[in-house]
Ligand binder design. Structure first.
Ligand code: IPD
Ligand code: CA
Ligand code: CA
Length: 281
């Protein structure tokens, strides 16, 4: 099931196969997930990054766990992790992009929709994703060219071909009260065009659910790289499409994202660009 496709690391002239990278990321994700569940049982401290943006002991502990586990195996690799930013001890083409707890607001309220998200960039391209949902014991994995899996079973995007029949999902950034682009306009439009619309509170899981055909499309206006890195590999490998609002290739550093089964992608872009100047693709 694992792809044996190998990539070369020029800096250390050593080949790393996806199996060892994936195995390490899976172990890190599962260990961090267990830490989150321990905090659910024992309780945790909540701090405010700002008015509505929370961080807990669990976020920090899970992040430490993921970085320690990966670094044990790959001491030269670089990291971009939500709570501590960039960690770069030496130059390396490998960059792990980590959200130790995606869905912190859900977690803090005891709403079981959160996950550990671990993506890997090789020379600036997302090539591997592991997302672990410890509440449902669901492990999503994907590697470049190797397909996407849920608990070891291959997953594909849905075949829904119209917005009318689509279940869509979105999210809102923590600056929703201040930002002019707060996504409420798009939310209203899609609510009137789709079969159903959800806001789950975990962007990484939203992407995995598009990959698994549970959602037909997902968009958001202000995401961070760690929200998108792992899930974007999942959607691509499950046969889906990923762009920005103009229809250009997704950059995980570009904030806005549209992910879909491909069939409804143009229709989603049309709604997102309603009222603005013609799209440049
Ligand atoms: C948030 C979640 C949410 C999305 C926000 C993210 P966090 O991440 O992914 O679904 O709407 O934009 O910031 O703070 O829970 O890691
Ligand atoms: Ca996040
Ligand atoms: Ca987070």
């Amino acid at each position: 099931m694992l792809s044996l496709f190998s990539v070369t690391t020029p800096s250390c002239s050593k080949q790393l196969s996806f199996d060892v990278l994936l195995e390490t990321a899976i172990e890190a994700g599962r260990q961090a997930g267990a830490i989150l569940q321990n905090y659910v049982r024992s309780g945790f401290r909540i701090e405010h990054k700002d008015r509505i943006n929370l961080v807990t002991d669990a976020d920090h502990a899970a992040e430490q766990c993921v970085i320690d586990r990966i670094r044990k195996q790959f001491p030269r690799h670089r990291f971009l992790a939500e709570e501590r930013g960039r960690v770069e001890r030496s130059p390396s083409p490998y960059l792990w992009v980590i959200d130790p707890l995606d869905g912190t607001t859900n977690f803090a309220h005891g709403y079981p929709a959160y996950c550990v998200s671990i993506g890997l960039e090789y020379e600036g391209r997302c090539v591997l994703g592991v997302v672990f949902d410890p509440s449902r014991n669901e492990l999503f994995t994907a590697t470049h060219g190797g397909g996407a899996y849920l608990n070891g079973q291959p997953i594909r995007v849905s075949s829904t071909s119209s917005l009318e029949n689509s279940l869509l999902v979105t999210g809102f950034a923590y600056d929703i009260r201040e930002a002019a682009r707060n996504n409420l306009d798009h939310f209203v439009k899609f609510a009137l065009k789709a079969q159903g619309l959800r806001r789950t509170g975990s962007a990484a899981l939203d992407l995995c659910y598009v990959a698994a055909g549970r959602f037909d499309g997902f968009w958001e206006v202000s995401l961070n790289p760690w929200d998108m890195a792992a899930g974007s590999v999942m959607v691509r490998e499950a046969g889906g499409q990923l762009t920005n609002f103009l229809g250009n290739d997704l950059s995980i550093y570009g904030q806005e994202l549209v992910a879909s089964n491909g069939h409804i992608h143009q229709a989603m872009l049309a709604v997102l660009n309603e009222g603005s100047s013609p799209m440049t693709t």
